[in-house]
Design a protein around this ligand. Structure first.
Ligand SMILES: *[C@@H]1O[C@H](CO)[C@@H](O)[C@H](O)[C@H]1NC(C)=O
Ligand SMILES: *[C@@H]1O[C@H](CO)[C@@H](O)[C@H](O)[C@H]1NC(C)=O
Ligand SMILES: *[C@@H]1O[C@H](CO)[C@@H](O)[C@H](O)[C@H]1NC(C)=O
Ligand SMILES: *[C@@H]1O[C@H](CO)[C@@H](O)[C@H](O)[C@H]1NC(C)=O
Length: 521
């Protein structure tokens, strides 16, 4: 589970995407109820014009493994036609919602979107989701659907540019074209759809800058432009979208600095600017985004130190500042300042500071004159990555840290010994202390870390044996003891006698499988 926190973030984002459509679902259920089960008035038959438009769509789909279109038979498109919802009083189609049933990999529709769909003039919700092989262009004729509030065409193979004529959909609130093969630029015309609350065009091949006309989209709550080829500056006017809860511009080529105007987005819960070409200092004003749950600005070119103002984001649980040029000392005082923190990645920067002080400042143990050295890590903290920095000092004595699953302090200048109390970090699944200056022996107590799956102690100055008790660590899938000064017999049991010899190479005198047998003395 290498990216578990990030994965969670995505699940959250997906939930957010799902929200509007769920409310749409409710709206449609209401409509379905209105269609009337057993009330005296017979519902009007479906409008012939709408039926023709739907059959035009059906004709454009050559293969349908979902079974949905097979139900589109007979005259009354308002009855048994799956995915079609009509207004009970007029018989006009108000919603067309086609979603591949699970498992998604197995179900698809192959074909294209017929321009005939433009004839569904009373349509309020149009969803073609995860159909995988619906290709071709988005028909410009969709611009006739002026009552449309929701347009979800995600998870297909739609290609070409986003038609500027979508700017005529003046009732549109929710737009998702994510996960297609759309290219060209973001259409400036969309800036005229003032009611837009959600734009998701993630995972396409869109290029160019964010059009200045988007400055009028002041109702936006959700803006996901991630995983495209977009460039230019992060527009300052995004700071005027007071309802914005999610802003994801990750994996593009945005450049310049983070506009300080973003700091007024008091509803913002998720901010991702990862994998861009952004630089300069992180504006300290970011610290005033009090609603932030997740902040990802990894893989950019930010310099300077981590602003002290970050310490105070009480709801922040995911923070990734990895792969920048950040310098200055590790933040301290995190315990009170970031009480919700679950995952913190500060790796691949030029951060300095003392690892002992850092853990002390993280500790939730109440200061006790007699036990001044107690270190209890916050229960919520699961993932801590400080690797590839310039951190010094020695690991402290741990008292408790039951929540921590991932600890990576590799490639720093950490010295001292491995405290035998490291075994108090009893949930650790991954421990990487490689490429430091750690001396002394490997504590036998580490054999109690029953959840360990990944252990890297390589490139240090460890001496003595690999404790025989390590044979209890049966869940370990990866271990590396390379380039230390270890000696003696490798624990002769699975998995330790099965790792590649390279995992034990460049030591003083290790022996036994997978290395040559130990010499009898
Ligand atoms: C943080 O970002 C880096 C680089 O983009 C990525 O490799 C890493 O997995 C991320 N860390 C977490 C905890 O998600
Ligand atoms: C934005 O809105 C203002 C008034 O609210 C209007 O004058 C202006 O033309 C709009 N800009 C665009 C690009 O639509
Ligand atoms: C970035 O986006 C491109 C285009 O959508 C995609 O192919 C690539 O896998 C993405 N990279 C990452 C790291 O997500
Ligand atoms: C290691 O194994 C020995 C012998 O089996 C046992 O006496 C000792 O308590 C173990 N130590 C730890 C820390 O598990």
């Amino acid at each position: 589970m290498q990216l578990s926190a990030r994965h969670l973030l995505h699940v959250l984002a997906l939930l957010l995407v799902a929200l509007p459509s769920r409310s749409a679902g409710h709206a449609n259920e209401a409509v379905v109820d209105a269609v009337g089960h057993g009330d005296d008035r017979p519902s009007p038959p479906c409008s012939p014009a709408d039926r023709a438009a739907l059959l035009g769509f059906k004709a454009g789909v050559a293969v349908d493994t979902t079974g949905i279109l097979a139900t589109w038979a007979g005259g009354d498109c308002c009855g048994a036609w799956e995915g079609v919802t009509c207004d009970a009083t007029t018989g006009r189609v108000v919603a067309l919602q086609l979603e591949a049933p699970p498992p998604k990999e197995r179900h698809y529709m192959q074909g294209s979107l017929s321009p005939s769909l433009g004839g569904l003039e009373f349509l309020q919700a149009f969803v073609v989701r995860d159909m995988g092989r619906i290709g071709g262009a988005i028909p410009a004729a969709l611009s006739r659907l002026t009552r449309l509030r929701e347009l979800y065409l995600e998870g297909n193979m739609l290609a070409g540019a986003i038609p500027g004529s979508l700017g005529k959909l003046t009732s549109l609130q929710y737009l998702s074209l994510a996960g297609n093969r759309l290219d060209g630029q973001l259409p400036p015309e969309l800036g005229a759809v003032f009611g837009l609350e959600q734009i998701n065009v993630a995972r396409n091949r869109l290029s160019g800058a964010v059009p200045p006309s988007y400055k009028n989209l002041s109702r936006l709550a959700y803006l996901d432009l991630s995983n495209n080829l977009l460039s230019g500056a992060v527009p300052w006017f995004i700071g005027q979208f007071k309802n914005l809860a999610l802003l994801d511009l990750s994996n593009n080529s945005f450049s310049g600095e983070i506009p300080a105007s973003l700091s007024t987005l008091h509803s913002l819960t998720d901010l991702s600017l990862s994998h861009n070409k952004l630089g300069g200092q992180i504006p300290p004003q970011i610290g005033s985004l009090r609603s932030l749950n997740s902040l990802a600005i990894d893989d950019n070119m930010f310099v300077g130190s981590i602003p002290a103002s970050f310490l105070g984001l009480q709801k922040l649980w995911y923070m990734n500042l990895s792969r920048n040029g950040l310098s200055g000392p590790l933040p301290t005082g995190i315990r009170n300042a970031l009480p919700s923190m679950v995952s913190m990645d500060l790796s691949h920067n030029h951060l300095t500071g003392n690892v002992d002080q850092f853990f002390r400042s993280l500790s939730t143990a109440s200061p006790d004159v007699n036990k001044a050295s107690q270190i209890v890590l916050p229960q919520k903290l699961e993932h801590l990555d400080l690797s590839e920095n310039r951190i010094t000092g020695a690991l402290p004595d741990f008292t408790r840290g039951a929540g921590l699953k991932w600890l990576d302090i590799s490639s720093n200048a950490i010295s001292g010994q491995i405290p035998s109390s490291i075994s108090k970090l009893s949930s650790l699944e991954r421990l990487d202390i490689s490429r430091n200056r750690i001396r002394g022996v490997i504590p036998a107590s580490m054999a109690e870390m029953m959840h360990l799956q990944w252990l890297d102690l390589s490139s240090n100055a460890l001496i003595g044996r690999i404790p025989d008790n390590f044979t209890r660590l049966t869940r370990v899938r990866h271990a590396n003891f390379r380039a230390n000064k270890l000696c003696g017999r490798i624990p002769q049991a699975k998995p330790f006698n099965l790792f590649r010899p390279a995992a034990y190479a460049h030591n003083l005198c290790l022996c036994g499988k997978p290395l040559p047998p130990c010499r009898k003395i």
